[in-house]
Design a protein around this ligand. Structure first.
Ligand code: TUI
Length: 310
């Protein structure tokens, strides 16, 4: 593989980052991805400082390679999470689900490399000015919290607007997707759904089975009326949520209450009917559970072979 600016910046072998999936991306998954030569991420999601510190310590014990933390900016514990990341000397963070401007100075002062997930050109330009090392341009094919623009349209527009490296995310799960991302101007990729079914991923087996059985049109976006649209598999929970959302008689509080704890219910308890099985539209492409090493090496080999032909 040729020299790659994202690999050099992060000290990793392959330009592959694992998405920071809430309730799913734990120290074990992050360490497995990093040990395989990618960048593993622990999802800070709604963890408090103590819980996050425990995960960071665990990852440090499992790998001597660089790993990062994904900061979910809507978390009630975001201030604590930023403090812990800085104190523990975590080398890289990714930020998502909002504007990271409040935290940039503190992170940079602690020598943390900040990679910001953006869903628009405007935010990409803004975070570059604030000192982000790279942007992760995430199209709305992705799972969980989504923006409005597809990866195909977002990545080249972001690549034209910023000087820092662009990492493509959303809808990528094989070498074809990786090669396409390079063609659009990205220097690396981030994948969530593909790593959800990694052997080392501790998500509930019933959640994995749902992803492996999904087809192209099996996801739905709910939560637009609440201001945080989320993509998940169609099931009892998301169909009911969608119906209620269309009904003007439903209050915001009722919807918030329905959504609360839904991801945990599916990812930890395995209630894939009444919980939220968040995943990207590319789930339909994924048919097998593999090790992180098989996933990363397989995808990079396939992408390189395709790009040779161009
Ligand atoms: O954050 C994600 N994916 C997530 S977060 C999450 S937890 C959650 N649970 C329930 C409801 C809502 C969230 C599950 N999945 N991906 C990164 C991402 N960030 N995708 C899109 C964005 C984004 C969107 C708007 C980033 C910035 C942004 O800017 C808003 C602004 O203020 O400019």
């Amino acid at each position: 593989m040729k020299k790659n600016p994202v690999c050099e910046m992060l000290g990793i072998k392959y330009p592959v980052i694992q998405g920071g999936m809430a309730w799913i991306a734990d120290a074990e998954l992050a360490a497995a991805v990093s040990n395989a030569g990618g960048l593993g991420l622990i999802a800070a999601m709604n963890s408090n400082g103590e819980q996050l510190r425990a995960q960071i310590k665990k990852a440090k014990a499992l790998t001597d390679k660089p790993f990062g933390v994904n900061l979910m900016l809507m978390s009630p514990y975001i201030d604590e999470a930023v403090d812990v990341v800085c104190r523990e000397g975590v080398p890289v963070v990714t930020t998502g689900a909002g504007n990271p401007s409040r935290y940039m100075e503190q992170l940079k002062a602690s020598n943390v490399k900040v990679l910001c997930v953006v869903a628009s050109v405007a935010l990409a330009v803004m975070v570059e000015k604030m000192g982000a090392c790279a942007v992760i341009a995430e199209g709305c094919e992705s799972g969980g919290h989504v923006g409005e623009t597809t990866t195909m349209a977002l990545v080249p527009q972001v690549a034209d607007a910023v000087e820092i490296p662009v990492i493509a995310a959303g809808g990528i799960a094989d070498g074809r997707g990786m090669a396409a991302a390079y063609m659009l101007g990205a220097k690396a990729i981030q994948m969530g759904t593909r790593f959800l079914v990694a052997k080392e991923c501790n998500v509930h087996p019933d959640y994995k089975a749902k992803i492996l059985g999904a087809k192209d049109r099996d996801t739905i976006v709910t939560g637009k009326t609440l201001g945080h649209p989320v993509r998940a598999l169609k099931n009892n929970m998301t169909r009911e949520f969608y119906k209620k959302e269309q009904d003007p008689a439903t209050s915001m509080e009722e919807l918030e209450e329905m959504g609360a704890g839904a991801l945990r219910r599916a990812a930890v308890e395995g209630d894939v009917k009444n919980g939220s099985v968040m995943c990207g539209q590319i789930a339909g492409l994924i048919h097998s559970e593999n090790s992180c090493r098989e996933i990363i090496e397989g995808i990079c080999l396939e992408a390189d072979a395709l790009l040779e032909r161009c």
